[in-house]
Design a binder for this molecule. Sequence first.
Ligand SMILES: NC(=O)c1ccc[n+]([C@@H]2O[C@H](COP(=O)([O-])OP(=O)(O)OC[C@H]3O[C@@H](n4cnc5c(N)ncnc54)[C@H](OP(=O)(O)O)[C@@H]3O)[C@@H](O)[C@H]2O)c1
Length: 232
Amino acid sequence: MTEPDGRPLALVTGASRGIGRAVAWAMAPSHDLLLGGRDTAALEALATELPGSRPWPVDLTDSAAVAAAVGGIERLDVLVHSAGVGILGTVADTPAQTWRHQFEVNVVAVAELTRLLLPALRTARGRVVMLNSGAGLNARPGWASYAASKFALRAFADALRAEEAENGVRVTSVHPGRVDTEMQRAVVDQEGDVYRPEKYLRPESVAGAVLLAVTAPEDAALTDLVLRPAGS
Ligand SMILES: NC(=O)c1ccc[n+]([C@@H]2O[C@H](COP(=O)([O-])OP(=O)(O)OC[C@H]3O[C@@H](n4cnc5c(N)ncnc54)[C@H](OP(=O)(O)O)[C@@H]3O)[C@@H](O)[C@H]2O)c1
């Protein structure tokens, strides 16, 4: 996939809303963008707002569809994995189906998309950024399967970083605390608590951390970035 204007190309998953959408806005001034997600209408609407972007609609758990969708991407400068699901529940209340779904989206889909795009990332000596979580550093009661998926995602990022350093591919894990998005609304709802957006990070602030990782100079590898709501 050759970019006519010669700008770097970035693929942002989960761009249809939340943090991924904010990342797309933050990167659009400097990058051509592939906007990942399943909500085609939301991706098309965003693409009309961001020159140099186009929808990249695919269900990331559908390996055959993902393999088809990466066809033609020969050079990729940035891959931001923001797609994810956040399902809470105690160990006693979490069935195998929930564990499998959460790992499928938060870990397996990330690994497979990265694997398929590695040749294109190596060609560009590109950057890979994973939207991890505070739950990828500390597991609290009621968060077992989500936290376990994010611990696994961190392990994946660490192994990928070590394997691909010699190819010039940089890998960053970004660990935000609570962010004001639809996912957080569902999380607070599951906790039976009151939603207080003023207490949470703004998606734009998390996008700023992603941009920092993407624009770090060649001599600096930003491995892990941890963000907390300032008041917490
Ligand atoms: N919100 C927080 O407080 C918070 C805190 C720490 C970390 N995080 C992490 O940050 C990332 C983004 O979270 P968010 O709050 O922005 O979530 P969100 O608002 O729920 O958005 C999730 C995104 O993931 C996409 N997605 C989900 N399943 C998908 C699938 N099977 N195939 C393709 N795309 C899929 C959704 O797109 P479609 O619906 O269009 O498919 C959507 O764009 C997640 O990895 C999350 O774990 C969030």
